[in-house]
Unconditional design. Sequence first.
Length: 63
Amino acid sequence: MKANVGKIDKTLRIIAGLIIIAVGIFYQSWWGAIGLIPLATGLCNWCPVYLPFGISTCSKEKE
């Protein structure tokens, strides 16, 4: 898997995932489990939704 999630995108995904999980725990709702999706995609630097659209937020490396 080639990374397609950049540094800022990764940080935002991790923060959003943790917030969603915390809110789910606070309200004792299963909706908090949805926070695992942005958390996981942020931690592994790869988003499957980006693939069909050819999106990548990674910065281009100098050759």
